[in-house]
Design a protein around this ligand. Structure first.
Ligand code: MN
Ligand code: MN
Length: 325
């Protein structure tokens, strides 16, 4: 009989925060999936962008700016690294310039992770990477409920005749039958036309715009979304960093003014305690556009911590991402 491995982040009281190689939350970089519950995994692909590229550098910047994370979440009263063995799995070996080849690489990399009943925290990359991830998760869990935080709809049909971009992944996901209930949160900015809203309605997508968040507050703005999605059904959260205001998260390819604050963003994820969260991605961090001190990457690192803590809290309350785990 072998004992279960215990995997822990480096202790800042022993190893100063700025030392050692960068991994997410100073966790072990490990590809042995034995006894692992959650992986942080980068998908540094930005060939799906339609404006400023640079999200391929997201995972490394998020890792570098995750050095300050501490092991206890006081608002949720949970120690996620005690509840779960978490590792930094490294990155998918993407194929720059080829979405199709990258999608194969994502599939190849995710299959064993999900077969081990491991929850992925996925760091983009641009938003196009969400489609192949959803495909793998739906293969395991069946059609997923999706909460899509973004300032953009991302359900346009094509850009320049191209069907696979960061602005089309949601339409492809719907066409491929990967999703059950879909909600979008934080939508704002100028649209192409009224037809955009008509498409959302035609697909029964619940849209909560940024107006709902600013006028009603996070709790009320999210309430119809949470009411629509039964707790026990598998829920995936896809988080485009541009849902946050560029004042807090300027390092992204398609910024839109008038967004969430950092605090509102954290509260949005915290509100998901009790939901069966099977995965979380945070995409579109393009660190070259950041201010000194990298506030965007710092926020992304903390949003992952928030999502992980929600998953840990759920686990303590008997809610399992994989029903047979
Ligand atoms: Mn966006
Ligand atoms: Mn997006």
């Amino acid at each position: 009989m072998t004992t279960r491995r215990k995997l822990q982040p480096l202790d800042a009281l022993v190893s100063p925060r700025y030392t050692q190689v960068s991994t997410y939350a100073r966790l072990p970089h490990d590809r042995d999936l034995q006894d692992v519950d959650v992986v942080f995994i980068g998908i540094p692909f930005d060939g799906g962008t339609t404006f400023r590229s640079g999200a391929r550098m997201g995972p490394q910047a998020v890792r570098e700016n995750s050095r300050l994370l501490r092991p206890y979440h006081m608002f949720l009263d949970v120690s996620p690294f005690e509840v779960f063995n978490v590792v930094d799995y490294g990155d998918v070996d993407v194929i720059p310039g080829s979405f199709q080849e990258t999608a194969h690489a994502i599939s190849h990399t995710f299959r064993p992770i999900l077969d081990h009943g491991i929850i992925p925290l996925i760091c983009g990359g641009d938003h196009s990477v969400t489609l192949p991830v959803l495909k793998e998760l739906a293969y395991i869990h069946g059609p997923l409920n999706l909460i899509h935080f973004d300032s953009h709809f991302d359900f346009w049909d094509a850009y320049w005749g191209q069907k696979y971009t960061h602005g089309t992944w949601l339409r492809r996901s719907l066409e491929e039958g990967l999703l059950r209930h879909v909600a979008q949160a934080g939508i704002r900015g100028p649209q192409f036309s009224r037809e955009d809203l008509a498409y959302a309605a035609s697909q029964h997508i619940l849209v909560r715009t940024i107006k709902d968040f600013h006028h009603q507050g996070v709790t009320e703005a999210l309430r119809p979304i949470l009411d629509m999605m039964p707790d026990q059904e598998p829920l995936y959260v896809s988080w485009d960093i541009d849902v946050v205001d560029p004042a807090y998260a300027m390092a992204t390819g398609t910024p839109e003014v008038g967004g969430l604050t950092s605090w509102q963003a954290l509260e949005c994820l915290r509100a998901l305690v009790g939901k069966r969260l099977v995965g979380l991605d945070i995409v579109e961090v393009a660190p070259a556009y950041d201010a000194a001190g990298a506030p965007t990457s710092l926020l992304a690192a903390n949003l992952f911590y928030e999502g992980l803590s929600v998953m840990a809290k759920n686990y303590e309350q008997g809610i399992r991402a994989y029903p047979n785990a």
